[in-house]
Ligand binder design. Structure first.
Ligand SMILES: Nc1nc2c(ncn2[C@@H]2O[C@H](COP(=O)(O)OP(=O)(O)OP(=O)(O)O)[C@@H](O)[C@H]2O)c(=O)[nH]1
Ligand SMILES: [Mg+2]
Length: 215
């Protein structure tokens, strides 16, 4: 079982919203999964929660709404529509980009962004824009290099180091890991980072209740 402070497998679906006005109340803490279409956002959410919560597809553009999953009354995971998919009709693209932009700019409860990028072609322009924006807005970023199972270990490590190097110049709160929904690579690292965003750093936790009080 996943050794994290939060039990991610208790997540349950709340709503699919076409725009931010239909989302649950903007309170508590929200962590959003963002990235190019087909990067593996929905698959990563399913792996983390050990459920088939989010719909996945071989066809890019599967997730077209802002899907919300609840861990408890004030902790949510968000599966965002992907960006950068050329084959979507222009009107549809405009609509998604508007709701995506609004979500990122207006959502007060957004406290962390998981940016998913295919490990074979990370840091495309729109990925960089998103990461730049998050750093400028002081929102921490967890960059996951997805489909890590597609590369051999050497190439995988080299990609992680390269992306870390490129992002270090931004001087933001950015963590980079390889990830595979298929193999579970990086899953514990994701859970621990989300624990930190939702609950604060581990040092800040109250002592275990079975500890003896000091006198
Ligand atoms: N080999 C491999 N394939 C993966 C992995 N994660 C996702 N995929 C595949 O990549 C495709 C897209 O996955 P999704 O999770 O639907 O991607 P998404 O980012 O949610 O896509 P949109 O909703 O269209 O933006 C599917 O065919 C998945 O099976 C992985 O870790 N390894
Ligand atoms: Mg999706």
């Amino acid at each position: 079982m996943l050794k994290s402070r939060i039990k991610y497998n208790t997540a349950s679906f709340v709503t699919s919203a076409p725009d931010i006005s239909r989302l649950p109340a903007d309170t508590g803490i929200e962590v959003a999964f963002a990235g190019r279409s087909n990067a593996g956002k929905s698959s990563a959410l399913n792996t983390l929660t050990d459920q088939k919560l989010a719909r996945t597809s071989k066809t890019p553009g599967r997730t077209q709404l802002i899907n919300t999953f609840e861990l408890d009354a004030d902790k949510r995971l968000i599966d965002l529509p992907g960006y950068g998919f050329a084959k979507v009709p222009i009107e549809m693209k405009k609509k998604w980009q508007k709701s995506l932009g609004e979500y990122l700019q207006k959502r007060q409860s957004l406290k962390g962004i998981v940016v998913l990028m295919d490990i074979r072609h990370p840091l495309k322009d729109l990925d960089r824009d998103l990461i730049d924006w998050a750093v400028g807005s002081e929102i921490p970023v967890l960059a996951l290099l997805t489909k890590a199972d597609k590369l051999k270990q050497g190439a995988r490590k080299a990609q992680v180091l390269q992306v870390r190097r490129e992002l270090s110049s931004l001087d933001g709160d950015i963590t980079v890991h390889a990830f595979s929904s298929l193999k579970g690579t990086g899953l514990l690292e994701v859970a621990k980072k989300l624990d930190e965003w939702f609950l604060g750093p581990i040092e800040a936790q109250a002592p275990e209740s079975d500890e003896q009080p000091e006198d």
